[in-house]
Design a protein around this ligand. Structure first.
Ligand code: AMP
Ligand code: MG
Length: 412
């Protein structure tokens, strides 16, 4: 596939290319309401009746006819019956009459206004006196206020929230059709890597990327296949890619995609798949490989631990949402004032690790979370946001406004 070693692509350009090339899985399944939480709706859902299904009271009080509101206070009405939630009043109500009504109870056809109990006084002979007269039609929740028959109320591609489960329940819907689960296989490459439980030799480090990837994928409700550390051996790497592509919708590796690698990742990818090797104008996370191996998507992330996390959020997460069939939600930006000087050279978009705070008056401020090196997890762990500084920008002075991507919301 075409490849230009000198060209740096912008973050936006890479996001656009990935989103353009990634398709949603076709598979779907019927699941009951509780199991639908967090899943992606595979078809539109339409209301089969109005909700609320009848006019009902928003207050505990008395229901009567709006024509009985004459303008003066101290209206007297005779209480002739009651409507409780689940126990409607079935008789007629005439002018000058009222019924006792509770919140959620059906408002009988003859009446249209409810006065809250606190605005009335009850006399001995079953008469109420209305002290504070409500507006006509007050405190009545109309049939169909929320949904009307035939209305599409949840659209295909929606990730089902707790609210959505309630929304479906109001329509008595016990099962929905959702997209099938997506499976991602990942492994690490590099002769310096050992797995937890092994002993570190000279110059070796523990593989930590498989743990960030585990968490990042779990947060997206992805089924995972952790294939461990694959040694820098031509045959082992080829076998790993073939196995991964036979079991997963997407494959993620970390390390081995930058120029000057002493491993066989690149070579194998070129042999087995249709892969682009990109240089992205971003920091951390310059190299990224993206393409397909057989029917699986492939993401080759840079090796450094912070680069893995940064490139995952910017590129892999939107792509996974697409594969899952979810409406794409790119990370949100907000603006905050930096309380510190932020060092940067023009050329690449920085995703600096920051700490975002809100003062009591609501003002957002941000500061650096510490050393900004792509192998340093300390600042990444301390951070609660990325400070996103545009490619062309140089250093930022204290007091300037900057773009911030809060981690909360990134994980949705
Ligand atoms: P690479 O992209 O393979 O050149 O790796 C860049 C840096 O990331 C090197 O310092 C590697 O040791 C480190 N690295 C690569 N893979 C991992 C991993 N799975 N866990 C921790 N560090 C890694
Ligand atoms: Mg390596």
């Amino acid at each position: 596939m075409s490849q230009n070693d000198n060209l740096f692509l912008s973050v936006k350009e890479v996001q656009n290319r990935i989103i353009r090339d990634v398709k949603a899985v076709d598979g779907m399944e019927r699941v009951d309401l509780r199991r639908a939480l967090g899943r992606i709706l595979a078809e539109d859902v339409t209301a089969t009746f109005n909700t609320p299904p009848c006019d009902n009271s928003a207050m505990d009080g008395y229901a009567f006819r709006s024509q009985d509101i004459t303008g003066q206070a101290n209206i007297r009405l005779k209480v002739i019956g009651q409507s409780f939630a689940g126990h409607p009043y079935s008789g007629r109500v005439a002018s000058g009459e009222a019924i006792r009504i509770m919140t959620g109870a059906q408002v009988p056809a003859d009446v249209d206004t409810v006065v809250m109990q606190e605005h009335t006084e009850k006399t001995d002979d079953n008469t109420i006196i209305i002290n504070t007269v409500p507006r006509p039609f007050a405190n009545v929740r109309k049939e169909g206020d929320d949904l009307t028959t035939g209305q599409t109320f949840l659209a295909k591609g929606k990730k089902l929230s707790p609210t959505d489960l309630a929304f479906l329940a109001t329509q008595g819907i016990a099962e929905v059709t959702v997209k099938r689960n997506v499976r991602v296989a990942f492994f690490s490459t590099g002769d310096e890597l050992r797995s937890i439980g092994q002993t570190l030799g000279e110059g070796e480090i523990f593989d930590s990327n498989r743990y960030s990837l585990y968490g990042l994928l779990k947060n997206q409700d992805i089924d995972i296949v952790d294939m461990g550390v694959i040694p820098d051996d031509r045959q082992a790497i080829e076998t790993a890619f073939i196995t991964a592509s036979s079991v997963a919708d997407a494959i993620i590796t970390s390390g081995g995609v930058s120029v000057g690698e002493a491993d066989f990742v690149k070579e194998t990818l070129e042999k087995l798949g249709q892969i682009n090797f990109w240089k992205i104008a971003m920091k951390p996370g310059k190299p990224l490989a993206f393409g397909t191996i057989n029917n699986s998507l492939f993401f080759g992330l840079p090796g450094n631990p912070v680069s893995v996390i940064a490139t995952f959020y910017q590129f892999v997460q939107p792509a996974l949402k697409r594969i899952k069939g979810q409406d794409i939600v790119l990370p949100l930006f907000i603006q905050a004032k930096t309380t510190e000087f932020l060092k940067k050279s023009p050329g690449r978009t920085d995703f600096q690790r920051g700490i975002l705070e809100q003062s009591e008056s609501g003002e957002l401020s941000v500061r650096s979370a510490g050393t900004q090196a792509s192998h340093v997890l300390t600042a990444m762990s301390r951070a609660n946001c990325f400070i996103v500084i545009p490619a062309e920008s140089g250093s930022i002075e204290a007091g300037e406004m900057v773009d911030v991507q809060p981690f909360e919301g990134l994980t949705d």
